[in-house]
Design a binder for this molecule. Structure first.
Ligand SMILES: NC(=O)c1ccc[n+]([C@@H]2O[C@H](COP(=O)([O-])OP(=O)(O)OC[C@H]3O[C@@H](n4cnc5c(N)ncnc54)[C@H](O)[C@@H]3O)[C@@H](O)[C@H]2O)c1
Ligand SMILES: O=C(O)C1=N[C@H](C(=O)O)CCC1
Length: 261
């Protein structure tokens, strides 16, 4: 049994993850963490009345024998949480988006020093992992590309981790270049979206949406659109489960679910 702690358990993803961990026969939920919690044990929640799991509300007070730390928290807390996990020999499985490249590099160095395996996955959905792979492949032949990501209107970071990661993967095979008319002027600032090495990224926030992305490629007289949709947060759970099962077999901190599939 893999002993698991879920950080951010009061949130949308954390709550879905707790259910997945409890239902999974190979996982043992040994702790949950969220500063917003008022209960001391998960069994105080009527939905989990038979489940004896300690609730932590402060990072400094966490005492646990967890082997895997699943994190769906906030862009402002994920770095400290991941550092805590690595320093305590707990393998982090990180879904929280919004870390800077420098933060990721620092955590990768720490994981190497401690010889602890971990994964940061901007998206645990297989449709999104495939979209990123296909987009990288397509960009070799169609280098003019724009990304549109669409999410629910409670999302804190923009662009989404998935959109930024898509752009980074495309940038590995595409020479940086300007797209659009060199004389174009934004008559409304921001109209052309964010700019990653010449690729434009547009972030849509609307109620009713969960997580969706389109990558649009344009060529002479033709176009290609690749799209993925997560209609439900259950779409991320098989990826989280695979990472939780496998991550202790590694001794480095990787970025992208594809590294362990
Ligand atoms: N990688 C993926 O596949 C994937 C999928 C969905 C969401 N996400 C990301 O997961 C994160 C959470 O999304 P959400 O919709 O569940 O958000 P949410 O706001 O519903 O939940 C976040 C929870 O984290 C808690 N929290 C805040 N600070 C904390 C801390 N220091 N330690 C522990 N918990 C803390 C909050 O109280 C809240 O309950 C976001 O960054 C989102 O982009 C990633
Ligand atoms: O709901 C969110 O927030 C999501 N965030 C991730 C991102 O930023 O890419 C993945 C999809 C859901």
């Amino acid at each position: 049994m893999v002993k698991v702690l879920v950080a951010g358990f009061k949130g949308r993803m954390g709550n879905t993850t707790v259910q997945m961990v409890l239902e999974h026969e190979g996982f043992d939920l040994v702790g949950v963490f969220d500063p917003m919690a008022s209960e001391k044990n998960l069994n105080e929640n009527p939905a989990y009345s038979q489940t004896d799991v300690p609730v932590f509300t402060n990072l400094a007070n966490i005492k646990t024998d967890a082997e895997v730390w699943i994190d769906f928290t906030r862009p402002t807390s994920v770095f400290e949480n991941t550092k805590f996990a690595l320093e305590h020999g707990i393998s982090p499985v990180i879904g929280t988006t919004g870390m800077t490249d420098d933060q990721v590099k620092e955590l990768q160095a720490l994981a190497k020093e401690k010889q602890v395996g971990g994964l940061i996955a901007p998206n645990f959905g297989i449709s999104a992992v495939l979209l990123m792979q296909f987009a990288k492949q397509a960009a070799k032949y169609l280098p003019d590309v724009e990304i549109i990501e669409m999410h629910h209107d409670n999302k804190l970071d923009a662009p989404s981790g998935t959109a930024l990661n898509t752009a980074k993967m495309i940038a590995e095979v595409r020479k940086e270049h300007y797209q659009g008319n060199p004389d174009e002027k934004e008559t409304l600032p921001g109209a052309r979206g964010a700019n990653y090495e010449g690729m434009r990224i547009h972030a849509v926030r609307l109620p009713g949406y969960v997580a969706h992305e389109q990558v649009l490629f344009g060529g002479k007289g033709e176009a290609l659109t690749i799209r993925q949709d997560s209609f439900d947060r259950i779409s991320f759970m098989s990826g989280v489960a695979v990472a939780t099962e496998k991550i202790r077999n590694y001794s480095e901190l990787m970025v992208g679910l594809e590294n362990i599939l």
